[in-house]
Design a protein around this ligand. Structure first.
Ligand code: ADP
Ligand code: MG
Length: 717
């Protein structure tokens, strides 16, 4: 008879509250609770954030500054002192081991107690971080263990194996809980509960992926065995950690796979590609589609022709030509007597899309409507009518399109731009407006592949991975504020050649008092003092929509040759003759934003430039961002750097995007494991029996426990 608990049993035991562990009283329990550690399971999955190697002693003479080390020595002197500068009291102990001496210092101590601890001649084992001041080496608040008279230091290691003679875990903790007591607590948790952590992961996957059993992995990751590699542990690439990461990501991807399968299995419309409109459009275009555009268009058409709803993410760097691809897809839907809704996150972007789609659609004899929050009531009524009776084949707009009373005669395709600002709910809202319509989601913000797989894991992915031909990479330079005049000279040269310029300010907000020149003030200043002979226009978020549109038209036609603006031009504006962009206070912008902004230039055949004006108060991260921009034009590299600087949660801007909090996995590090977990998960989810067969019962249960709610996997029994 096996003593191994079932999945359900162990799941219950792991929910044991931490205060039932010996050594965890109410005070410590509360401290841990503040870190989100309330149950033994949560403790098991709170991994050390680094390790300390206490397997051997270092000679004092061999100590290296800024490393942690264990030494064995004898007290040579001890005394209370006062620092010369701040008049602070400190207690100093000098220890020696024959090779050299080391000063131990305490700044917080009880004098009567500490004096008794360090009589001259007492032998001790000391662990801490080595600091070097001149030729004096010190450790502050070191961990010290004393030897009994005549005791051998190796005997101490045997007497206290939890704290010496091994690689020790270091936990992320709050004040008031020492590493030593934490180690004691975690040791008990691991000893008594790790064996309950079982994963119903099928054995053949475990074998194929060379994983350890889950409980062994937990033991190893908390209390590494004597032969473990410190380097592997610190870099997070030990087999034990990989096992835990795989286990976590596998269930996430299994959930994604089921959602994906659910969408595929739904009945949808099988479009026919008739070329009624797509052929004429192709002949009207002033360019040929690139191979990259044709490839993603084939993928999209493939989905549209299949009898299931499309759920596809179209990803492509700024300027890669997504709009025309989306238009082609729209025409396929329209050829099949259905309608198309295009939704963008901001009014200005929606307008921009409208202008682009409108021009082509009109020349094909089709009707497009624009709908936003600022559409007047009477016009809105007319538009809703046109959509409801099918007189309009397309609507382009903002959130306003998603409102309850907007109805379609037959919605065949929904296109959402800039998905990361919308989220799952908007997708669902659009889907509900038709009878299983196809969905195409476009994102201009390049998302690192690992993140795309988790956040958009239930979507298929198409990537436009090359820019249209003839584009010259934008030359980007960082210009210190004091040399701003250089930037003006560059702009003047470009204007003299007949080109146009953008000058961007961070924000326009009277309440935001500061050293920032708001766009309007900036424009007035430039007109008066720098470019009196030029035609300057201003664009900012507080303007009325028709005023914005007028300015954008004037810039496009060349009636204006310098466009001063806030970040409203971040997305959508398309003026190939604009070849220079100057960004004020560039260090205040995020990387994604800078990349989007820069994407407004470099759209034509002429060489373009981006001038990042850096203020004197630039932070370290700010400078790092500017340097990344100067170093590359590659949106994917920029996104990776952004992810690294900011971390995934902030990178995506919002929590509603569905980015999960991981217990163990780190998307930045664990991309490969994510891929492997995804493959295995999708393979299992393909089994038609997955939702019903007994052999998958525990797997389904584990999936439901871990992700059921967050992924809205209601169908899991
Ligand atoms: P995105 O939306 O991906 O940022 P756009 O669709 O706005 O990019 O396209 C950027 C510019 O490139 C537009 O001026 C568009 O007309 C042009 N363009 C698109 N495809 C091609 C192509 N195959 N060859 C040349 N120019 C193209
Ligand atoms: Mg675009």
């Amino acid at each position: 008879m096996s003593l191994k608990p079932t999945y359900d049993q162990s799941h219950r035991y792991l929910a044991t509250p931490l205060d039932s562990i010996r050594g965890v009283g109410p005070r410590i329990a509360e401290k841990l609770a503040r870190l989100g550690i309330r149950t033994v399971e949560q403790a098991l999955y709170t991994l050390p954030f680094r390790y300390e190697d206490r397997r051997q002693f270092t000679r004092i003479a061999d100590l290296m500054p800024d490393t942690r080390a264990t030494i064995f020595g004898e007290v040579l002197a001890s005394t209370e002192k006062t620092t010369s500068r701040s008049r602070r009291k400190l207690f100093e102990v000098v220890v020696g081991d024959g090779s050299g001496s080391l000063n131990l210092k305490w700044f917080h101590y009880r004098k009567t107690w500490i004096e008794k601890q360090y009589p001259v001649g007492r032998r001790c084992v000391v662990y801490g971080e080595v600091k070097q001041f001149g030729n004096i080496r010190e450790m502050h608040h070191a961990d010290v263990e004393f030897l009994a008279a005549g005791q051998d230091p190796n005997a101490l290691i045997h007497a206290d194996p939890l704290n010496f003679g091994r690689i020790l875990p270091v936990y992320p903790l709050t004040e008031g809980l020492t590493q030593k007591s934490a180690r004691k607590i975690w040791k008990q948790v691991v000893d008594h509960y790790a064996h309950l952590a079982v994963s119903p992961l099928p054995v053949e996957i475990q074998r194929r992926q060379q994983l350890m059993p889950l409980d062994e992995a937990l033991r190893e990751v908390h209390f590494p065995g004597p032969d473990s590699s410190l380097k592997e542990l610190d870099e997070g690439c030990s087999v034990a950690r990989r096992t835990l990461v795989f286990d976590e990501l596998f269930y996430l991807e299994l959930g994604m796979a089921l959602k994906h399968r659910g969408v595929i299995l739904e009945q949808g419309r099988a479009f026919k590609v008739e070329h009624v409109y797509t052929k004429p459009l192709a002949t009207m275009l002033p360019f040929r589609l690139t191979e990259a555009q044709r490839k993603v268009l084939r993928e999209i058409k493939g989905d549209m022709m299949a009898p299931h709803p499309m759920n596809r993410l179209l990803q492509g760097d700024v300027g890669s030509g997504k709009t025309i691809v989306a238009l082609m897809a729209a025409l396929v839907a329209i050829e099949n007597q259905t309608q198309v809704a295009v939704v963008a996150p901001t009014e200005i972007l929606a307008e921009q899309h409208f202008l682009q789609f409108h021009a082509w659609m009109e020349s094909l004899g089709l009707t497009v409507r624009f709908l936003s929050g600022s559409t007047t009531a009477s016009l809105r009524r007319q538009i809703l009518q046109d959509l409801a009776d099918g007189a309009a084949q397309m609507v382009v707009g903002t959130h306003a399109v998603l409102q309850e009373d907007v109805r379609f005669a037959e919605l065949g395709l929904g296109i959402i731009d800039e998905q990361h600002r919308f989220g799952v709910l908007q997708r669902a809202a659009l889907r509900k407006k038709g009878n299983h319509p196809d969905l195409l989601i476009m994102t201009a913000t390049p998302i690192p592949r690992t993140l795309a797989l988790t956040v958009y894991g239930d979507l298929s992915l198409s990537v436009i991975d090359a820019l249209p031909p003839g584009r010259k990479p934008v030359i980007t330079r960082i210009i210190p504020e004091a040399r701003r005049i250089k930037a003006y000279e560059t702009i003047r040269r470009e204007l003299a050649e007949g080109r146009q310029a953008y000058i961007v300010y961070p924000l326009v907000e009277e309440t935001e008092k500061s050293d920032l020149l708001a766009a309007t003030e900036g424009a007035a200043f430039l007109q008066e003092n720098i470019f009196p002979e030029q035609r300057i226009g201003v664009l900012h978020g507080k303007m009325r929509p028709d005023a914005k549109e007028q300015i954008m038209r004037d810039f496009k036609s060349g009636a204006i040759n310098i466009l001063v603006s806030t970040t409203v031009i971040e997305v959508g504006i398309d003026v190939p003759n604009a070849t220079v962009m100057m960004i004020e206070h560039a260090e205040r912008f995020g990387l994604a934003q800078l990349h989007q902004l820069r994407g407004r230039v470099g759209r034509g055949a002429h060489q373009s430039q981006c001038l990042l004006v850096k203020s004197g108060l630039c932070s370290e991260d700010g400078l790092k961002r500017l340097e990344v921009m100067a170093a590359t034009n590659d949106g994917f590299k920029i996104a990776e750097a952004d992810l690294e600087i900011r971390g995934p949660g902030e990178f995506l801007g919002t929590r509603q995007s569905g980015i999960p909090d991981f217990r163990v996995a780190n998307l930045f590090r664990d991309g490969r494991t994510l891929d492997q977990a995804r493959q295995e998960a999708f393979r299992i989810a393909e089994d038609p029996a997955f939702l019903t067969a007994d052999r998958y019962h525990e797997l389904r249960q584990a999936l439901k426990d871990r992700w059921g709610e967050r992924l809205e996997l209601a169908s899991l029994g």
